[in-house]
Structures are given as C-alpha cells and as structure tokens.
Design a protein around this ligand. Structure first.
Ligand code: ADP
Length: 430
C-alpha cells in the first residue's frame, strides 16, 4: 500500500514539531517537557480545526472553512459527499414531485398508504370522490375513513390480482372499483375508480335480458299449448304434419329451458352483492342432488365422497343449481360406462366441492372461455345433449356471489374436474 504524498507531508510536519519540541527540551534541560510542549501545540491545533469543522457541519449550506494539508483534504471529501447527497436528494424530490403531479392529474382517486394502512398521501380526486383530504387525513388509517367491510377484508389479503368492486348501497350511490399494488416493502398504491356508468349499463343489460325472457314466456306458453292441442287432434292432416309438429314441440321446449336459464342468470346477477347468511349443510345438499340425478340417470355410476362436515354461509337454491349444473355436465360429457364423483372436502383450509368425471376432457385453449354465455367447445354435440350454453355461466355467478372460485382442470381425453373453492369459513357457522 502506498502512502499518499499529503500524508507524508503531514507526517514530516509532525516530526519537525517533535524535533522543535526536543530542541526546546534541550534548551530547558528537560527533553520530556519540550516534547510535551510540542504535543500540546499539536493538540491545540487539531482542537481548533475540529471546532471549525463542527461549526461548519452545523450550517451545511456554508462553504467549508479554509484549511491546508490533511485537514483541507478531509474538508474537501466531506464537502463533495455533502454535494453528492444534496444532488441525490434533489433528484429524489424531483421524482416524487413528478410522480405526485402525474397522480394528481389522474381522474381516479389515488391513495398511498404505509404497510399498516395509514394514509401517506392522496390526490385531489380522493377528496372529491371519497372525501379524504391531504391536509386533514394523512397519518389516519384508511379503513377508518372508508368504513366498508369488503374493503377492510380486501386490504387484509396478500393477493390483489383481482380488483374489488364496491356496489352502490343505501349510504353510497356510486359503484367503485378498487385496485391495489404494493411497493417498497409493503406500502400500497390504491386507485379507486368511479364505475357507476359502466355499472348502470350492466344493470340495464341484465334487466333487458331478464325482461325480454320474462315477456317471451307467455307467447311461448301459448305456442306450446296450440302445438299440443293440434297434436291431440285426430285428423289425417295432423298425421301428415306429425314430424314438423314434433320438431316444433321440441324447439319450444328448448326455448322454455333457455328462457328459464336466462331468467335465473339475471336473478343471480341482480343479487350478486347481497350477503349470504344462511348456514348450508353442503353434504346433505349434495346427497339430495345425487339422489335426484341417480333417478334421472339410472344407468350411470354417481359416487359421493363426503370428507368434510363443515357448513358454509350461502343460498341453498343458488348452490343447488350450481352443483346440479356441474354434475349434469359431468354426466353429459362423459361415456355411459364411466363414473362421476362428487367430493366435498377441505383443500388448503378452503371448503371445496369438486365434480370429477372420466369423460372427454377439454383442450386447454377452451378452459378460460367456458364460463362465457353460450360458449361451447363442440356446438353440435352440446345441442344434442340439450344444453343451453348457460350452465357454467350460472355456476360462475353463483361462485362470485358466494365469494368462491370456480377452478377448472382437465386432461383432454381423460376427464375433467370442476371445483368450487369457498373462502375459509368462520368456526361458528352452524
Ligand atoms: P352446455 O349447456 O352446452 O352444457 P355449459 O355452460 O354448461 O353449457 O358448458 C359449456 C361447455 O363446456 C359445454 O358446451 C361443453 O363443451 C363444456 N363442458 C362443460 N362441462 C364439461 C365436462 N364436464 N366435460 C367436458 N366438457 C364440458
């Protein structure tokens, strides 16, 4: 290691001072006293320098004091580090300001919270949309200001991949969508968007479908009645048109089933945000469904495996329709000699209802689209099986309204599993 020149110089100055001290000691006839005097002089000099440095550091905006040698070097280093850190701080402040300006201009409410949910910053829209203000509410817990149970539950989750939708209530007219991202070890950036217009359109669409289906039921019943009447007539003409009449009857029945499913779907959608409060014994509900379906499909093997005796909060009619749809699909889309299993169990703490078949399976590209209305993997086959194409859409909405997830897994050519995974239930559901 080479010693820098200024250290050599400082070393030689100290040696010179020591020599002067020794010379003084010879003059005074006491070398130790001479050396002590020179050490004292050095100490006083360093004391003065330290005093100047400390005074300068206490007022960081000032230029460093004049100094030479190693003290000058030391001050230069400190001054340079000070300037670098000021520049970095300036850049950081600029970035923060830039980020805040860009978030300010966003129409959605933007809120930054610390890892404990206390508000660190909000933009202007947060004040107009949620009544949260930068001046009054920084440092306060967000959930205390927005007292919404679903929001508190959502914020306590670790997974924000799906946005949260807050439907209008008696206290809040707007429909809000909440999106959360975490950064910097737990801080959260929360966007709250007013989606009332979009929600209104959805409600209009749903009501329109519901109303049209309802209105179509009466003419259809009349048509069905006429077809049945004509079929019952004893006439040669009726015998001649027996085939078209039978076709008409079949199509009318199909339309009836379709309208029934459409009406049911719009009903489930319309009560999607409502709380589910009835404790449901899924094991007995599944047994009931299995019994009915065994009667309707006597040649098929339907196994029930009840591995969990817990209850869930839900709506019995909706759950009945979802589970029946899944089991009927499993029976429809699998071979006559294969078996279908319904399992009620707890998987990773989640009460889970799975319907497993050994049927034709589904190719992976179709799986994400299966719950779309009228989506069918094989149109002609589905029509033959009498499906409306709405079964899985119904299951999806029942899952949504029960805070459950529909998980579809399938191996093409081997079979499929449709699982309804419910959120872990509180212990006192009984
Ligand atoms: P559908 O009335 O046509 O049965 P669904 O919404 O119930 O309508 O199902 C949508 C499509 O998903 C079906 O047309 C079928 O292609 C496919 N599907 C549903 N369940 C199964 C299953 N268990 N095995 C294979 N394919 C299935």
């Amino acid at each position: 290691m080479t010693v820098p020149r200024h250290w050599w110089r400082a070393g030689s100055r100290i040696s010179l001072l020591a020599l002067l001290g020794a010379a003084l000691g010879i003059l005074l006839d006491d070398i130790a006293l001479g050396l002590l005097c020179s050490a004292l002089a050095l100490l006083v000099f360093w004391y003065v320098q330290l005093f100047r440095v400390e005074r300068w550091l206490a007022q960081p905006d000032r230029e460093p004091p004049e100094a030479r040698g190693i003290w000058g070097r030391l001050l230069d280093h400190i001054y340079r580090l000070q300037r670098q850190s000021k520049e970095a701080q300036g850049r950081l402040e600029f970035s923060i300001q830039y980020l805040q300006d860009s978030l300010k201009s966003v129409r959605d409410a933007a809120i930054i919270t610390d890892p404990w949910g206390n508000i660190a910053w909000v933009n202007d829209s947060a004040e107009s949309l949620l009544g949260i203000s930068l001046n009054d509410d920084v440092g306060r817990p967000l959930v205390n200001l927005m007292r919404i149970r679903e929001l508190s539950q959502y914020l306590s989750l670790a997974d924000y991949s799906q946005p949260l939708r807050l439907l209008p209530t008696s206290e809040r007219e707007a429909c809000l969508q909440v999106e959360v991202s975490t950064f910097s070890g737990g801080d959260r950036l929360i966007f709250v968007k007013d989606i009332s217009e979009q929600y209104k359109l959805e409600v209009m669409r749903r009501d329109f479908v519901g109303n049209v289906s309802h209105e179509l039921r009466t003419p259809l019943t009349v048509l069905k009645g006429y077809v049945e009447n004509i079929q019952s007539l004893e006439s040669e003409l009726v015998d001649q048109i027996a085939r078209p009449l039978a076709q008409m009857e079949m199509q009318v029945v199909r339309m009836e089933v379709l309208l029934k499913d459409l009406l049911w779907l719009s009903r489930i959608e319309s009560i999607e945000g409502a709380d589910k409060t009835s404790p449901i014994n899924m094991a007995s509900l599944v047994n009931e469904i299995a019994e009915d379906l065994r009667a309707a499909w006597p040649q098929r093997e339907l196994i029930c495996s009840m591995e969990y005796d817990g209850m869930i909060l839900g709506d019995a009619v909706e759950l009945h329709s979802a589970v029946s749809n899944l089991v009927v699909n499993a029976l429809k889309y699998s071979g006559a000699d294969s078996c279908v299993m319904i399992r009620w169990s707890r998987v990773d703490g989640q009460p889970t209802l799975s319907v497993i078949d050994e049927g034709e399976g589904i190719e992976p590209q179709h799986i994400p689209r299966l719950t779309e209305r009228f989506y069918r993997v094989d149109k002609s086959r589905s029509q033959n099986t009498g499906g409306t194409g709405l079964g899985l859409a119904i299951v999806k909405h029942v899952a949504l309204s029960h805070n459950a997830e529909l998980v579809i897994s399938s191996v093409y050519g081997k079979g499929s599993e449709f699982a309804l995974a419910f959120a872990p239930q509180e212990d006192n559901v009984d």
